[in-house]
Design a protein around this ligand. Structure first.
Ligand SMILES: [Zn+2]
Length: 159
C-alpha cells in the first residue's frame, strides 16, 4: 500500500513525515508558505480572538519601528512613484464611473456598461450629446462630465 499523498498546492506526490503522519501539504518551502498563509487568512476571517492577537502584535511592531515607513520610502523612491501611479489609475477609474452615472440615459457604452478608457468616455459623451434636449441627461450634468473628462485629460490620460 502506497503511503504517498498528493500536495493540494503543487500536485506533486510526497511521503508524509514520520513525525507528522497527518501531513497534507508537501515540505517544499513554497507550499508550506501557502499553507500558512491560507491558515492565517482563514483564522483571521473566522476567529475574533486570533484577529485581536494579530492586530495587537502588528500595533506593537509599528510602535517599535516608528521610522520604518519613512525609511522604506526614502530607500525605495520607486515605491512612492508606483503608489502614485496606482492612485492615479484609481482616481481615473472613479472619474470614468462618475461619467457613466451622470449620463444614465446615454448610449455608446461598452457592452458590459463599464467605461475604462478616455476613448470610451469620449465616445460615450459624444453619443449622450447627440441624444438631444429630451434625454434624461440634464445640461448641468453633461457640463460636469465634460469638466471631469477635461481634468482627467490634463492629468495625463493616455488611453
Ligand atoms: Zn507542494
Amino acid at each position: 500500500m502506497s503511503k504517498f499523498r498528493r500536495c493540494p498546492y503543487c500536485q506533486d506526490s510526497f511521503l508524509p513525515s514520520i513525525y507528522r503522519p497527518q501531513q497534507v501539504v508537501c515540505s517544499q518551502p513554497e507550499c508550506q508558505g501557502r499553507r500558512r498563509a491560507d491558515y492565517h487568512r482563514k483564522k483571521l476571517a473566522t476567529d475574533p480572538e486570533y484577529r485581536q492577537v494579530v492586530r495587537e502584535s502588528q500595533k506593537q511592531w509599528w510602535d517599535e519601528h516608528p521610522q520604518y515607513q519613512k525609511q522604506r520610502r526614502q530607500a525605495n523612491p520607486k515605491l512612492v512613484e508606483n503608489n502614485r501611479q496606482r492612485q492615479r489609475q484609481r482616481d481615473k477609474a472613479r472619474l470614468l464611473q462618475r461619467l457613466v452615472r451622470n449620463n444614465p440615459s446615454a448610449g455608446g457604452r461598452p457592452s458590459d456598461g463599464r467605461i475604462r478608457t478616455c476613448a470610451e468616455a469620449k465616445l460615450f459623451l459624444s453619443r449622450s450629446r447627440s441624444l438631444g434636449p429630451n434625454s434624461q441627461t440634464s445640461e448641468a450634468e453633461r457640463f460636469r462630465s465634460h469638466c471631469a473628462l477635461r481634468t482627467m485629460m490634463q492629468k495625463g490620460c493616455r488611453t
